[in-house]
Design a binder for this molecule. Structure first.
Ligand code: ADP
Length: 263
């Protein structure tokens, strides 16, 4: 189990198959009841910030593992068998917040992160567009346009040739400094996704450059069904000269790592 700030992810083996489930973290008591109801006489291992809280609600012995250990272990498992497996890479986990790790042949360590992540996506969407539900956000955002909200390099260099790609965002939300035009909620949602995507990519690309790595593996529930965020991150990573890998089921890395760690 990976008991995160927003979602609890659970990985388990049933009839020889890996099963994956997720629940909102606010329903911790219901989740504990679901676990107790579904599993008897099983080994449990939990990771993540809400590990202690969840453990207290379960009436059986639970092992604990450090989150970053579990995540890296799970990612290596998910990457197994993938062609061109990037053994050495930057690992960026866009969860409620974003944390960044360096993974090499011999070691893995956390180098930092940013508070801009999936929680920012939910919070700013609620604030600016009055859309608070994740599924509504990802449904409505593609109908929006960032054009009148974000300021592009080409708009600053109007009439002349910019020294860097004119398509780059010069200032997220920077266009609103001028007279705002008629904007719809989806426009704000699209720009919030742009802000989150470009921020996590920039931090990841800088980490990659600093450590001489070229591949960035992105995981975290913020990518679930969120084609717009996936595209912003993939395109921007490529534009900045690195190779993006958006790992399928990456949001379950912590839970899978915890499962693999059961002694
Ligand atoms: P954590 O481990 O911190 O809970 P996750 O990797 O699970 O982080 O990512 C949480 C983010 O995933 C949320 O902030 C939100 O942007 C996004 N998300 C995806 N699906 C949901 C959902 N069903 N409910 C709420 N947030 C969701």
């Amino acid at each position: 189990m990976d008991a995160g700030g927003t979602l609890i992810k659970i990985a388990y083996i049933k009839d020889g198959q890996l099963e994956l489930r997720k629940f909102p973290s606010v329903k911790l008591t219901d989740i504990a009841a679901w676990i107790s109801g579904h599993f008897t006489e099983v080994e449990l291992c939990v990771t993540g910030g809400k590990s202690d809280l969840l453990q207290k609600l379960l009436d059986q012995k639970v092992q604990q593992i450090v989150e970053f250990e579990a995540t890296c272990r799970g990612v290596l498992h998910l990457l197994q068998g993938k062609e061109q497996m990037p053994e050495e890479h930057v690992l960026t986990n866009v969860g409620t917040g974003t944390s960044i790790h360096i993974v090499t042949k011999d070691e893995h360590f956390r180098i930092g992160g940013t508070g801009v992540g999936g929680g920012t996506l939910l919070g700013l969407s609620r604030l600016l567009a009055e859309v608070g539900d994740y599924d509504d956000i990802i449904r409505l955002a593609p109908q929006g346009s960032r054009e009148h909200i974000d300021l592009k390099v080409s708009q600053i260099y109007e009439g002349s040739v910019p020294p860097i790609s004119g398509d780059l965002t010069a200032s997220n939300f920077g266009n609103l400094a001028h007279d705002p035009v008629n904007l719809n909620p989806p426009d704000y949602l699209a720009s919030v996704i742009g802000l989150v995507g470009e921020t996590v990519t920039t931090v990841s690309v800088h980490a990659a450059m600093q450590h001489g790595l070229s591949t960035i593996v992105y995981i975290g529930s913020s990518f679930i069904g969120n084609e717009m965020l996936r595209k912003v991150v993939a395109d921007y990573t490529i534009l900045r000269g690195a190779v993006p890998v958006l790992l399928d089921n990456g949001e379950y890395s912590g839970a899978i790592g915890a499962l693999l760690s059961i002694e």
